[in-house]
Design a protein around this ligand. Structure first.
Ligand code: ADP
Ligand code: MG
Ligand code: MG
Length: 876
């Protein structure tokens, strides 16, 4: 019989896959002898089984849950529904990877009319008992039965207004009792049934709700953004309650062992007295700083600090902890490796190495490459920032520089961003419903909430700039305006946020590009030391190439020559080339293009200083370049001595039903060899010139023929290239070396790679087209149905962003396996969009690719991901 349920005493930290992160760490803390309210974990496998069984908890799992309840009752000496010593529990979700705010927790489960009276009488604290009860009804209704939170909040607000108080804590036992009755009535009205009174029935309802929440839309979006497979499932933790709402000697809080925004080694956190659960993060009352606990309860504070040290030493990483104080007694409710900004991640990793806590390899392995993205984006220009005077200041909750137009709702943020506007989202506070809007915004500004508020936590996770808790803002959400620093701001007004200092500025402050220095530089140095795969860049211009070199690129893996044709008046000559009727006409036009291309290539070779440069020959369908405006058509006609009608006829003749599978790639060179000739001349002449100017460099152009599916296609084009190149080299009296290889992007090329490798010097996987051709769907149209595919769980990711290892990956594997034995000098790379995606980079490392190539800003991400893959492989 499978084991579906583990007591906390039976688990440990290595069982994260089975028990989820929260469950595994609750068990580990129990093993460490820390004060943890006891309980049990229902495994992630039980969640998967629940879905397999058609969203039902089967008898075997049910029996093990019941058994665990009995054990828990023995351990705690309390019993569900008992008249003497009733057991109350929390029901908490916990997946392998933490998913903040995605799954909801239910507290105080086990209460009913009778039990609440027992608690009130036994404790002599009826206010506490009724506070627990009304919270439970509220949470259960919201999480399990999906009656909106707002109905209950409205009732609370009404009650507070009636009683003339502003804070929840000012409501009396009697008020809370009335509220509990109102809540139950609300429940009955919305659900049509009485609120459940049997603790075991409540428990089963809550467990199912956690399982169900694994599949809610918010969780699905979060998983997709964070590469978490649906198949993992979530565990459920059932834990005895510790009560932070028992009065002034109780409280609850959260803390980090190091600053999650900057990485500074310093205990950070917040707590609230006489409060429970999410009160701290929900911004109900403004929490106190953790340091103040020293004054409020020195003994508890000292004990807590000691536990923090113990946990950090044990996990050898910054910890994010949740605790509750029940009548002066401290309980630990959670610990995990804390989420942090990219900046903090780098500092913490370097500090831990310097403290002798971890190795360099571990430091490299612990940084999420996706996070680096934020560091590579522009920062405020320091000089400009100095001149600017802040109009307000709040908490720097997530660093970065943000400037944009003000919007007031997540939907507006999404809509405006979709139109290409940069926006700053200003909210009273954020909630999980706002996630997509937060993602679309440059920055987030909230009126309420601390460093651990929803906005702060989620923004840090996304790497989005966030300034939180700006109480100086007088907000009028309804009319989409607010006042700050004596000025009224409306939707569309410009605002800048500094997520490091928490400063808020009027207008837009100019930004500058980021650089790799300090701790970032140290980590990248270690990454380069441990990785075995090279990292190149996709760059079409000397400026892009320069940027990529600064970010560590070791060559160009893909230069798309056609991108050069759009600049300035070059397009004119190119259009003449396309709209030629004869070879002579075409050659005349190409003659005009040749020096321009040669100049471009010289610029690239100069920037690359002897590192390899792969140049792909003309690839896209020609109709992408033809003029559409009447005026441009006329200009072209005049230049070529043709009539407007003649040009229009040529343009019409270029129409294709399926251009992505039409006249493009090497097919262009087969029909118009003169194009390949011209491009070869441009590449070779440029290389010879740059080599002459820098004799210590080793300029070696790699000419890449796109879209080859048959060896004969490749041979045909290669012959043109070689004849032209060799003639140029001989004429110049040079000894330049060059390579001719192919982009592998058609499934047939993979299937016949042993033939192609006989002739090709290199393979470079063009995984954008290879994905398109393997799936048989157009990368420009996939957006129309991908959402439906996600909803139906057919796809979990966009295969154009994350490499399909099963299908496309097999083709790649096959191409390498067939190609390498035939040509021992064959080098293999990837230059599709996937070259900068960490999980795809890991896969490429496994396949034994020589390099990955990606856009300039992804180069550091690929360097780190390549190092992590190498380290993981070495340690496997
Ligand atoms: P999340 O994963 O969203 O952080 P948790 O399961 O950690 O959700 O629960 C949220 C909060 O509920 C905790 O931070 C804690 O304050 C409170 N809580 C959970 N379980 C208990 C418990 N057994 N006793 C007291 N408070 C609890
Ligand atoms: Mg938690
Ligand atoms: Mg392609």
């Amino acid at each position: 019989m499978a084991k579906w349920v583990y007591m906390f005493t039976e688990g440990n930290a290595t069982m994260r896959n089975l028990l989820g992160g929260k469950g595994a760490n609750l068990a580990e803390m129990t093993n460490l002898g820390l004060p943890v309210p006891q309980g049990f974990t229902i495994t992630t496998e039980a969640c998967t089984q629940y879905y397999e069984d058609g969203r039902k908890i089967n008898d075997e799992i049910m029996a093990q849950i019941m058994e665990a309840i009995t054990k828990m009752e023995e351990i705690t000496g309390k019993k569900f529904g008992d008249k003497e010593n009733p057991l109350l529990v929390s029901v908490r979700s916990g997946a392998r990877a933490s998913m903040p705010g995605m799954m909801d927790t239910i507290l105080n489960l086990g209460l009913n009319e009778k039990v609440v009276e027992v608690l009130a009488a036994k404790s002599g604290n009826p206010r506490w008992a009724w506070d627990c009860y009304r919270r439970f009804i509220q949470m259960y209704s919201d999480v399990v039965m999906e009656v909106g939170k707002k109905y209950f909040e409205e009732l609370i607000d009404k009650m507070k207004a009636e009683k003339g108080v502003t804070q929840d804590v000012d409501l009396t036992a009697e008020d809370l009792k009335v509220l509990a009755e109102q809540f139950k009535a609300e429940y009955k009205e919305k659900i049509g049934e009485e609120f459940p009174t049997d603790p075991k029935e409540q428990l089963m309802g809550a467990i199912k709700a956690v399982f169900r929440s694994w599949d809610n839309p918010r969780a699905n979006v979060y998983r997709r953004d964070n590469d978490i497979p649906y198949s993992w499932g979530t565990a459920v933790n059932v834990q005895m309650m510790a009560f932070g709402n028992m009065g002034d000697t109780s409280g609850t809080g959260v803390a980090f062992t190091r600053d999650p925004a900057t990485g500074e080694k310093k205990l950070m956190g917040e707590f609230l007295m006489n409060a429970q659960g999410e009160d701290v993060v929900a911004g109900v009352r403004t929490p106190q700083k953790i340091d103040q606990l020293k004054e409020v309860m020195p003994e508890v504070y000292n004990q807590f600090v000691e536990i923090c040290h113990k946990l950090e030493d044990h996990y050898r990483d910054m910890q994010d902890m949740e605790f509750t104080i029940e009548d002066k007694k401290l309980y630990m409710l959670q610990t995990r490796n804390g989420k942090r900004t990219a900046q903090a991640a780098l500092k913490i990793a370097c500090d831990l190495v310097d403290e002798g806590m971890i190795t360099e390899e571990k430091a490299v392995a612990m940084i999420d490459p996706r996070n680096l993205d934020t560091l590579l984006h522009p920062q405020f220009d320091t000089a400009e920032l100095k001149k600017a005077v802040p109009v307000g200041k709040a908490l720097g909750a997530s660093p970065g520089a943000a400037c944009g137009k003000i919007v007031f709702t997540a939907d507006d943020a999404k809509e405006w961003a979709a139109r290409g506007e940069k926006v700053v989202l200003v909210r009273l506070e954020t909630s999980p419903e706002d996630i997509e809007g937060m993602k679309a915004a440059q920055g987030i500004l909230t009126v309420r909430g601390g460093m651990t508020s929803h906005a702060a936590v989620v923004a840090r996770g996304m790497g989005t700039c966030c300034v939180s808790g700006c109480g100086d803002i007088a907000m009028d959400e309804e009319n989409k305006k607010f006042t700050l620093g004596g000025k009224e701001y409306h939707e569309g007004d410009a605002l800048s946020l500094d997520g490091s200092t928490g400063n808020i500025y009027d207008g837009l402050i100019p930004t500058v590009d980021a650089t790799i220095a300090g701790e970032f530089g140290r980590i990248m140095g270690w990454a380069d030391k441990y990785r075995t795969m090279k990292v190149r860049t996709n760059a079409d211009t000397p400026a892009d190439a320069k940027k990529a070199r600064e970010l560590g690129a070791e060559g160009i893996g893909l230069c798309r020559t056609e991108h050069m044709f759009f600049e300035g008046d070059r397009i004119d000559a190119f259009r003449e080339m396309i709209c030629s009727d004869t070879v002579e006409e075409r050659e005349a036009a190409l003659e005009k293009i040749l020096p321009v291309q040669q100049g471009d290539f010289e610029g690239l070779f100069e920037e690359l200083e002897g590192n390899p440069v792969t140049i792909r020959f003309l690839d896209p369908p020609l109709h992408e370049f033809v003029p559409t405006e009447e005026e441009d058509i006329k200009k072209l006609a005049d230049a070529q001595g043709k009539t407007v009608e003649q040009i229009k006829t040529i343009i019409d003749s270029l129409h294709e039903f399926n251009p992505m599978m039409g006249h493009r790639g090497c097919r262009l060179a087969v029909t118009y060899p003169e194009i390949a000739k011209m491009q070869t001349k441009a590449v070779i002449r440029a290389a010879i010139n740059v080599q002459k100017a820098h004799t210590d460099w080793n300029v070696c152009p790699e000419i890449m023929i796109p879209l080859v599916g048959d060896i004969k296609e490749f041979k045909f084009v290669k012959k043109i290239v070689v004849e032209t190149a060799d003639a140029e080299i001989a004429a110049a009296g040079s000894d330049l070396k060059y390579e001719v290889g192919t982009m592998i992007e058609i499934p047939r090329a993979c299937l016949t790679a042993d033939d192609i490798a006989k002739e090709a010097d290199f393979f470079c996987f063009g995984t954008n087209d290879l994905t398109q051709m393997t799936f048989g769907f157009s990368r420009d149209d996939a957006g129309k149905f991908l959402d439906a595919y996600y909803d139906a769980k057919i796809f979990e990711n966009d295969p154009f962003a994350k490499l399909d290892q099963t299908g496309v990956g097999s083709l790649m594997e096959m191409a390498i396996a067939k190609g390498r034995p035939v040509n021992e000098k064959l080098h293999v790379g990837i230059c599709g969009e996937h070259g900068g995606d960490p999980s795809s980079v890991e896969f490429c490392n496994k396949l034994g690719l020589n390099y990955v190539s990606c856009s300039p800003f992804r180069v550091p991400i690929a360097r780190l991901a390549a190092a992590q893959a190498a380290i993981a492989e070495k340690n496997a």
